[in-house]
Design a protein around this ligand. Structure first.
Ligand SMILES: [Zn+2]
Length: 682
C-alpha cells in the first residue's frame, strides 16, 4: 500500500488527507521526508555556481516542504487527537528531527554560502522581505556559534549540553516538590467556604490516594480554589507557604545552585557570541530589541501603575480588617479577600451571562466582525477531510470571491486532546513561481459541551478565548508573504499576541456584542448593564495584578540583563533569596516570607523558554490596547483602520522588524497610556 503522507494530497485545496492516514504511516513517512530534505540541502551545498540569494537563501527556505507538512499533521494531532501509539511515535521521531535540524544548523558548507551572501547584502538590491530573510538565515547560524573557532564552538556545545540538563533538573525538582506536598483534611469544618466542585475534586484525590476525607495539592486546579475560598486562615497559610518554598528547601530538590549556575552559563554563552548579557542576546531578535528598552518599559509602567496598586492594596487590607479583624494582612489573604470584596462590590454571577453566548452565535459573531473589518466570508463546507467528526471546516474567501484559506475549528474537550486553547496550521502560505499558495489554519479549544437539553453556552472567558484564537487565525489566514518561514504568525514573541489580544477587545463593545450576544431562548440582546458589569469586573484590582506581572518581569531582567560578575556585593551572587529581595524591592507590597523564594520555582524562565521574555505579557497588552485605541478613535468597524491593520500587521508576518510594521499601522510607537486607561490605572 502506498503511504498517503508521501503522495501529493489529492484533496480539495490539497488539504491533509486525515481519513486515509494510519498510525503506521508516520514513521516511514518521516524517514523518507528527512532523506528528501537532506538531499535538498546537499543540492544547495553541492552547487558549483557561486552562492546567490536565489540558489541558497530562497532554496533553503523552500526546502523540507514534505517534512514540514508531515510534522505539522503529526504534532498537531498528537495534541488534539492523540493515543498511546502516537505518543510512542513522538518519542521515537523527536530525537531524529532534532538531529536533522542540528545537522542543518551545524552544516559548515551551508553556512559558508549563507555568509558569503550576507557579506554582500548591501550590493544585492534585495527587497525588505529578502533582506529580512537573509538576516534571519544568517543569524540562525551565527547565534548558534557558526562564526566561532573550533575551541570556542566546543565550549558552546558543552554549555548547551549542561544548560539543557540543568533546565530539565530544575523542572523535575519543581515537579517533585509539587507532588511531595499534600494537605490532608479530615474535619469537614475545614472545608468551609470552598465551592462544591473543589470539595468533590479533593474527595476524589483522597480516594485515589486511598485516604479518608479530602486531599488538596499544589496543582493549580486544587491550590487556587483553596487560597481563594477556604475560610480557615491557618490552612491557607500552610498551603501558601508550602507553595512558596518549592525548590527552596533543604532537601535533594533544592534549586538554588541550579539557578545560579543557569544564570552564569547563559551569560557565558551570550558573551562567547559577543553579546553583553543573556538578555542582550535574546532581545536582539524581539520587537523590544534591547535590554535597556525592556527595563525602561517595565520601570515606566511601574511608576505609572504603582499609586493605584498601592491604593488597591490598602483597600483590600482595610476590607480584611473590617470584615474579620485581620491586623497583619499577608499574602495568603490576598486572593481570599479579593474574591470577597469582588462579590460585595459587584454581586455578579458569571453564570447569568452564559445564555447570551451560545457557541454557534459566537462563532458567527466572530465571522461577521471579520467580514466588516477585512471583507472575509466563511462558508462551512463538508468536502474537507477531518481528523475527528466534531471538527468544523470552512472555506474562507474575500469580497471578490477569491479563495483565502481553509479554516478548521475544533471546539470541545474529549479524551486525547490536551487542555487549553491554541491556534495552529496544517500548511503555511507562500508565493512561488507567481502563485500565491494559501494557508490551512486551525483553532483547537476545550469549550463547554452541549447537552441533550441545552446547546453549548460559553462562559465569558470562553468567548474572549475564542476571539483570541480567532485573532491568531486571522494572522495566519491573511498572510501574504513570499517566503514560508516569514509567513503569518512566524513573528517575534513579543509581537505574536497583538493580533489575538486585539480581537478580544470587540467582546467588550456594545456595537459588536449586539451582533451575536443574544439569549439562546428569547433572542433578547444582552442588556447594557451586563456589559458594563463585565467591563468593571475585568478591571477589578488590576493595579495589583499589574504590579505582580511587573515584578516577575523585573526579576527576570535582573537575573538575565547583566553579567553575574556585576551582581552588586559579593554575597548577592551566593544567595538567590537576597538577590531576589533586592530585585523585588520596588514591587513588593505583602510582607516577605523568609522561607519562601520565587526564583527557585520560576519555571517560565529557568525551565521554559521565557528567559528575558517575561515582560512580553505586559508588552503585548500595551500593544493591543494601543492598537485598539486607534479603532476606538476611528470607529470599531472603521474600514480604513482595519485595512491598515491588515496591510501593515496581519498580512506582513515577519517580513520586517515588528516595530517598523507597528509604526506604519499606528503612526507612532506603542504608548502605555491606552492600557493604563483601560485597566483603570490612569
Ligand atoms: Zn495567544
Amino acid at each position: 500500500m502506498s503511504n498517503p503522507l508521501l503522495q501529493e494530497f489529492n484533496t480539495p485545496y490539497g488539504t491533509a488527507p486525515f481519513e486515509q492516514i494510519k498510525n503506521e504511516h508516520y514513521q516511514p513517512a518521516f524517514e523518507q521526508a528527512i532523506k528528501k530534505a537532506k538531499e535538498e540541502i546537499d543540492e544547495i551545498t553541492n552547487n558549483s555556481e557561486a552562492p546567490t540569494f536565489e540558489n541558497t537563501i530562497k532554496a533553503l527556505d523552500f526546502s523540507g516542504h514534505t517534512l514540514s507538512r508531515i510534522s505539522s499533521i503529526f504534532f498537531n494531532l498528537n495534541s488534539a487527537e492523540t493515543n498511546d501509539e502516537m505518543q510512542k511515535i513522538a518519542q521515537e521521531v523527536s530525537p531524529i528531527l532534532t538531529a536533522f535540524s542540528n545537522d542543518v544548523s551545524l552544516n559548515e558548507e551551508l553556512f559558508k554560502r549563507v555568509k558569503a551572501i550576507y557579506e554582500q547584502r548591501d550590493s544585492l538590491d534585495l527587497t525588505i522581505e529578502e533582506q529580512t530573510l537573509l538576516e534571519k538565515k544568517y543569524k540562525g547560524f551565527s547565534r548558534n556559534g557558526a562564526n566561532l573557532n573550533n575551541d570556542k564552538k566546543e565550549e558552546l556545545r558543552k554549555i548547551d549540553t549542561e544548560l539543557s540538563k540543568l533546565s530539565l533538573t530544575f523542572g523535575e525538582n519543581v515537579l517533585a516538590e509539587t507532588q511531595n506536598y499534600e494537605l490532608h483534611i479530615s474535619n469537614e469544618k475545614d472545608l468551609s467556604g470552598l465551592p462544591e466542585g473543589a470539595i468533590e475534586d479533593a474527595a476524589q484525590t483522597a480516594k485515589d490516594k486511598n485516604k479518608e476525607g479530602w486531599v488538596f495539592t499544589l496543582d493549580f486546579p486544587s491550590y487556587i480554589p483553596f487560597l481563594t475560598y477556604a475560610d480557615n486562615r491557618s490552612l491557607r497559610k500552610e498551603m501558601a507557604i508550602a507553595a512558596g518554598k518549592k525548590g527552596f528547601q533543604d532537601n535533594k530538590n533544592n534549586n538554588e545552585k541550579i539557578v545560579l549556575r543557569i544564570v552564569e552559563l547563559r551569560c557565558k554563552r551570550a558573551q562567547l557570541l559577543g553579546y553583553k548579557s543573556h538578555a542582550h542576546f535574546v532581545l536582539e531578535e524581539r520587537m523590544a530589541e534591547s535590554a535597556d528598552k525592556v527595563t525602561n518599559f517595565l520601570e515606566n509602567m511601574l511608576q505609572k501603575a504603582k499609586p493605584k496598586a498601592l491604593e488597591q492594596y490598602n483597600q483590600l487590607k482595610d476590607f480584611a480588617r473590617k470584615k474579620d479583624g485581620i491586623e497583619d494582612f499577608q499574602k495568603w489573604d490576598g486572593a481570599y479577600y479579593s474574591e470577597k470584596l469582588k462579590q460585595e462590590l459587584f454581586d455578579f454571577d458569571e453564570e447569568i451571562l452564559k445564555p447570551y453566548f451560545q457557541l454557534e452565535n459566537v462563532i458567527n459573531g466572530s465571522f461577521e466582525i471579520a467580514k466588516r473589518l477585512y471583507g472575509l466570508h466563511f462558508k462551512e463546507v463538508n468536502n474537507i477531510e477531518k481528523y475527528h467528526k466534531d471538527v468544523k471546516t470552512y472555506e474562507v474567501t474575500d469580497e471578490k470571491g477569491n479563495f483565502i484559506a481553509v479554516y478548521y475549528a475544533d471546539f470541545h474537550p474529549r479524551p486525547g486532546k490536551r487542555n487549553g486553547a491554541w491556534k495552529t496550521g496544517y500548511k503555511s502560505q507562500w508565493i512561488l513561481d507567481g502563485e500565491n499558495s494559501r494557508p490551512h489554519i486551525s483553532i483547537v479549544c476545550n469549550f463547554t459541551k452541549p447537552t441533550a437539553s441545552k446547546p453549548s453556552l460559553l462562559t465569558f472567558n470562553e468567548v474572549t478565548t475564542l476571539f483570541h484564537e480567532f485573532g491568531h487565525a486571522l494572522h495566519g489566514m491573511l498572510a501574504n508573504t513570499t517566503y514560508p518561514s516569514l509567513s503569518g504568525t512566524s513573528v517575534s514573541w513579543d509581537f505574536v499576541e497583538l493580533p489575538s489580544q486585539v480581537m478580544e477587545n470587540w467582546c467588550f463593545e456594545k456595537e459588536a456584542l449586539e451582533l451575536f450576544a443574544k439569549h439562546y431562548k428569547t433572542g433578547e440582546i444582552i442588556p447594557i448593564e451586563l456589559i458594563q458589569k463585565i467591563k468593571k469586573a475585568s478591571n477589578f484590582l488590576e493595579g495589583l495584578q499589574t504590579l505582580r506581572q511587573l515584578s516577575f518581569g523585573l526579576l527576570d531582567m535582573a537575573w538575565h540583563g547583566q553579567s553575574p560578575d556585576s551582581f552588586d556585593s559579593g554575597n548577592v551572587t551566593k544567595s538567590v533569596k537576597e538577590f531576589e529581595k533586592e530585585a523585588f524591592k520596588s514591587t513588593q507590597l505583602y510582607p516577605d516570607v523568609a522561607e519562601n523564594c520565587m526564583s527557585t520555582a520560576f519555571s517560565h524562565i529557568f525551565q521554559g523558554g521565557y528567559s528575558a521574555g517575561y515582560y512580553s505579557y505586559k508588552w503585548a497588552e500595551v500593544l493591543d490596547a494601543d492598537a485598539f485605541e486607534y479603532f476606538k478613535e476611528t470607529g470599531i468597524f472603521n474600514k480604513e483602520t482595519a485595512t491598515k491593520f491588515k496591510d501593515f500587521v496581519l498580512s506582513q508576518g515577519g517580513t520586517q522588524k515588528p516595530m517598523e510594521l507597528y509604526k506604519q499601522f499606528r503612526g507612532h510607537e506603542p504608548k502605555p497610556d491606552a492600557l493604563l486607561k483601560r485597566a483603570g490605572l490612569l
